[in-house]
Design a protein around this ligand. Structure first.
Ligand code: 5RP
Length: 305
């Protein structure tokens, strides 16, 4: 039995109101503690933003340029990102389990660049394996307006239901596929639909009138980087997206196909977390690019356009 005769005085702080439990991410006030805890690993509570490194390209594209050796390319970039986004195969094989970064686990699968219509996916990873992988969120692709729309929405909703049971957020990835448009009209429709289905985070592409999309989307949006462009252009897109309401980036090729991926990821983080301009970030990129400690293994250069 506990000793009732404690000599330590009580202090109930009767004049101090209870701590406010407001949460920093939009649309997430009414989610559970575990869900919020995972979201706070994905999004830095100080900046409210995230840098996700996407390297899940192999699940559709095979051995993508720049990702031939995941074990060499990914670990040195991990220090400067908040989240590693990959497939379970890539994570298990190439990322040491001692890595303490949040994991966005690619959970949809089923088509490849060889398919005419890439919009037919399935849920390739169930929630139990996502838990085994200690996933901070599960990523599912949706193909709004494509032949596979209905089944991709089913995949998304099933994953959201499973994630809600265990407090794991779902990242709804807006696919554009081969023929689908990349207009504000399309992204306004698709991001809002996926948010209303219950995805806690949305990944989409940057486009004109982007602030309308972030304004009408009730949950945080992160942008994909898209095809490799020159570093200053990628940083300018990143800057505009953050200024126009994005909560971060989930960037792949514009980091790992960069002439200097380590310098590039630091420059991206400077915009996302420190409110730097694209010019300041590009200056940082140029200065870091020269440092031998930022060099990864040499590899074949890719064309920028
Ligand atoms: C596509 C994805 C990819 O992870 C993402 O688009 C790749 O990033 P990037 O376009 O920046 O190379 O979710 O479904």
């Amino acid at each position: 039995m506990a000793d009732q005769d404690s000599k330590v005085g009580h202090n109930y702080c009767l004049d101090v109101p209870p701590a406010s439990q407001g949460f920093f991410l939009k649309g997430m006030d009414h989610t559970d503690w575990g869900m919020k805890n995972r979201l706070a690993r994905i999004f830095n509570p100080k900046s409210g933003h995230t840098v996700m490194l996407a390297f899940d390209h192999g699940y559709i594209m095979g051995s993508t340029a720049g990702l031939e050796r995941l074990d060499i390319v990914i670990p040195p970039l991990a220090d400067d990102v908040d989240v590693l986004m990959g497939t379970r195969g890539a994570l298990r094989a190439a990322v040491p389990p001692t890595c303490d970064k949040a994991v966005a686990l690619r959970c949809s699968a089923g088509s490849s660049v060889l398919d005419e219509d890439m919009s037919h996916e399935v849920i390739g990873v169930n929630v139990e394996d996502a838990i085994r992988m200690n996933a901070a969120c599960m990523a599912i692709q949706t193909f709004i307006g494509a032949p596979g729309q209905k089944s991709s929405i089913q995949n998304l909703c099933n994953t959201i239901d499973a994630g809600n049971r265990y407090g794991i957020p779902t990242l709804g990835v807006i696919a554009v596929g081969k023929e689908m448009e990349r207009t504000a009209k399309y992204f306004l429709l698709a991001t809002r639909m996926v948010a209303e289905f219950g995805a806690q985070i949305i990944k989409t592409y940057y486009c004109d009138e982007f602030e309308k999309i972030t304004s009408a989307c009730p949950v945080p949006i992160v942008i994909a980087g898209g095809k490799k462009v020159a570093e200053n252009e990628a940083l300018a897109m990143c800057f505009r997206a953050i200024q126009e309401g994005a909560a971060g980036v989930d960037m792949g090729r514009n980091i790992f196909q960069s002439e200097n991926p380590r310098a590039m990821v630091k420059a991206v983080a400077k915009i996302v977390h420190e409110n730097a301009t694209d010019k300041e970030a590009y200056d940082l990129y140029l200065s870091l690019k020269l440092s031998p400690k930022n060099a990864l293994q040499p590899r074949v250069k890719t064309k920028t356009k």
